[in-house]
Design a protein around this ligand. Structure first.
Ligand code: ZN
Length: 316
């Protein structure tokens, strides 16, 4: 007789154990599979609002007080700002975690892995191998295609890899929802590394612009990481076609590239209207909308999957 094993914990299960396609579950992991996590959705929404409020407050304060920071102290203040969106998210997440525990070490580990891959791979590959800075601006079409096919794919593949080849393989990844959680954590780590790189590379940039830029980057990178994570979460627990994960990666890369191009043209057209060199406020509004719409879409899709799973279980 064929031996059946839970696809999460590999415990032997009876032949009539619940299943999705060919994936078989023990009773415990069948119960966790479709966990709704309402608290974590709420802390995600609060984080988007808090990050935007943080950018607005710091930018207005910096303009009003014109702090006399220069050189090293300006860079240190910038790095503190660069890490704030991630710190805010972790604070919301940990506050929520008392109610719905998740292994904290794995969340921090995936965050760190995202940051490491951004600084050790994404930045050098895009700058030194593809040399995107030399050709991306040569025409609007080149900008769009390059932003999706080169920058978007490299960034989103690395976030995918940070989840797929670490926590995805472990029994602690035991809900579809975990894909979104860890994908967003990888994206926030990725964004934090890009932000520190941005602050160090643009030493002397003013704090108002830095505060807005770091929140835009953090919200966008976390949103696209969450999209890839949604596809990963379903791939682990359901039978998906072979194109499922590549399609998820392509969607995240496309959103990433289109966002970057829209951000560039919005902040530039803003400058034409207001007479400034750049207008980062339009970028902040765009990033807030993208993060809110992504969160709402992921909540909708996740609830739909869970409903379908439970409906199928009732039939069986
Ligand atoms: Zn199990």
């Amino acid at each position: 007789m064929e031996q059946l094993e839970c696809c999460v914990c590999q415990v032997s299960v009876p032949v009539d154990a619940p299943h999705l396609g060919n994936r078989v579950y023990c009773a415990r992991h069948w119960a966790t599979l479709s966990h709704e996590r309402p608290g974590i959705w709420r802390s995600g929404a609060l984080h988007v609002a808090a990050a935007v409020a943080f950018a607005v407050i710091v930018a207005l304060l910096a303009r009003a007080t014109q702090p006399a920071l220069e050189g090293a102290s300006l860079v240190i203040a910038g790095i503190a700002l660069a890490l704030t969106p991630a710190a805010l998210w972790l604070a919301f997440f940990y506050a929520q975690d008392r109610l719905e525990p998740e292994p904290k070490g794995y969340v921090l580990g995936v965050f760190a892995l995202g940051a490491l891959l951004a600084s050790a791979v994404a930045i050098p590959v895009l700058r030194d191998l593809f040399r995107v800075q030399d050709w991306l601006g040569s025409s609007p079409l080149v900008n769009l295609l390059g932003s999706i096919l080169i920058v978007g794919f490299v960034q989103e593949f690395l976030k995918y890899a940070a989840v797929r080849y670490s926590v995805y393989l472990l029994p602690e990844f035991d809900e579809r929802f975990d894909g979104i959680l860890y994908g967003a954590a990888a994206g926030l780590g990725f964004g934090a590394a890009l932000n520190i790189h941005y602050v160090v590379a643009s030493r002397g940039a003013n704090l108002a612009a830095v505060a807005i830029q770091v929140v835009v980057t953090a919200l966008a990178q976390a949103s696209f990481g969450g999209v890839t994570g949604y596809f990963l979460g379903r791939a682990k627990f359901e039978e998906e076609p072979i194109w499922w994960l590549p399609a998820g990666l392509a969607l995240a890369a496309t959103l990433n590239g289109v966002f970057t191009v829209a951000l560039g043209s919005l902040t530039r057209s803003g400058s034409a209207l207001s007479g400034q060199t750049t207008n980062p406020w339009y970028g902040l509004a765009l990033a807030a909308i993208v993060a809110a719409v992504t969160l709402a879409a992921l909540i909708y899709l996740m609830r739909r999957s869970n409903r379908l799973t439970l409906a199928g279980a009732d039939l069986a």
